[in-house]
Ligand binder design. Structure first.
Ligand SMILES: Nc1nc2c(ncn2[C@@H]2O[C@H](COP(=O)(O)OP(=O)(O)OP(=O)(O)O)[C@@H](O)[C@H]2O)c(=O)[nH]1
Ligand SMILES: [Mg+2]
Length: 349
């Protein structure tokens, strides 16, 4: 029998009286697209309107809503809320990203509380901004994660494909970087296997006939649709081949990447940005050749090609990205010359 229906087929609150307490956490998110007419009211991370500070008010409203969830949703239990945190970010396109995290130590989960909090915070922003313009869209209210209790939930990119960029000419290295060994196999194959643990399908990105008669020949490959465009040509080929996919994209000359490098990208997956990517710890620029792209990347790369911008760093600099920092400074070093290669080999041994 369903626990939401009683013996008379009437709806009922799930009986949790016999359940034991456990630590629980839920994170929900919602997005609000504000129109450009609100731009003049933006002061740093706050929107100041006649009615008051919008973001601060939304956080207060959202927190109150979290505590009131069981009053609003008929079969929600009253849950002792032990922590409620909001993060509200406004991106350059005036997309407001509301994230609400709720914790409790109780018999049942707090996902409804997190969703309710995010929703009411969004409605509060709507209410405060509508006098300037009602051209506001609230969208994509969703649960991001839920832990504790019987089942854990985590939102994952779907579908997720992998791409190992190998189409370069390795001029500086004077031998194919994709075939160099940092572990016990050609490094392109090592990265291919690494990505395969997360992706539905992984491809090498290469020029026509490039890996004939090598260990890489047997791996599924996407042949560049565009010549002389460098990695951008390979990335664009992949994005065009599966336009609805998310992509983990990695260059074959990243000697230090490991499971942790990918886990961190996956943990920070956000479907409303163009890419989740590492930020170079020294120079601050985004690292496009070790990144998790969403389907929004296709349009950005096509635009770049039309504008004759072939540098993937520039494409990401012009895009809305979610930045993360590498664990170790060297984690994303690409190895381009025989000297660098020897140094890595020495360090390994
Ligand atoms: N698919 C594809 N990948 C490329 C292309 N050019 C470079 N790449 C890959 O992009 C990554 C970074 O490129 P570079 O560091 O310039 O590598 P490279 O061009 O082989 O090396 P150099 O010839 O020394 O510049 C490497 O994984 C390359 O294999 C290309 O035209 N097509
Ligand atoms: Mg090159």
């Amino acid at each position: 029998m369903l626990s939401h229906i009683d013996i008379n087929n009437q709806p009922t609150m799930v009986d949790i009286s016999e359940k034991l307490d456990s630590q629980r956490r839920a994170v929900a998110q919602t997005l609000i697209q504000l129109p450009p007419s609100l731009k003049p009211y933006l002061h740093g991370e706050e929107l100041i309107l006649k009615k008051g500070p919008v973001i601060q008010t939304a956080i207060i409203a959202g927190t109150m809503a979290v505590k009131k969830t069981s009053d609003l949703i008929p079969f929600c239990h009253q849950i002792p809320i032990e922590s409620c945190k909001f993060e509200i970010e406004i991106d350059p396109t005036l997309m407001v990203i509301i994230t609400c995290e709720v914790k409790t130590h109780y018999k049942t989960g707090v996902e409804m509380e997190a969703l309710c909090g995010a929703s009411v915070a969004a409605l509060t922003i709507y209410d405060m901004c509508k006098a300037v313009s009602p051209q506001i869209t609230i969208s994509q209210t969703k649960l991001l994660t839920k832990t504790g209790g019987k089942s854990t939930f985590k939102r994952v990119p779907q579908p997720l494909y992998g791409l190992v960029l190998t189409g370069g000419k390795s001029k500086r290295m004077q031998q194919d970087k994709a075939l160099l060994k940092y572990h016990d196999q050609p490094h392109a194959k090592y990265i291919y296997n690494l990505l395969n643990n997360y992706c539905e399908q992984v491809y090498l990105s290469a020029r026509k006939g490039q890996w004939q008669h090598t260990e890489l020949a047997a791996l599924p490959t996407l042949i560049d649709h565009y010549d002389d465009m460098g990695p951008l040509g390979g990335i664009l080929t992949a994005l065009e081949t599966h336009p609805d996919a998310n992509w983990l994209i990695m260059a074959c000359d990243l000697a230090y990447v490991n499971t942790g490098t990918i886990e961190k990208l996956m943990e920070n997956y956000h479907d409303h940005v163009v890419a989740t990517c590492y930020q170079n710890p020294e120079h601050g620029f985004p690292e496009p050749l070790c990144a998790l792209y969403t389907p929004q990347a296709l349009q950005q790369f096509q635009r770049a090609k039309t504008a004759k911008i072939y540098c993937p760093v520039k494409v990401l600099q012009m895009s809305d990205c979610y930045f993360i920092t590498p664990g170790l400074a060297q984690e994303l070093d690409n190895i381009n010359t025989p000297d660098e290669y020897q140094r890595v080999r020495h360090a390994h041994n």
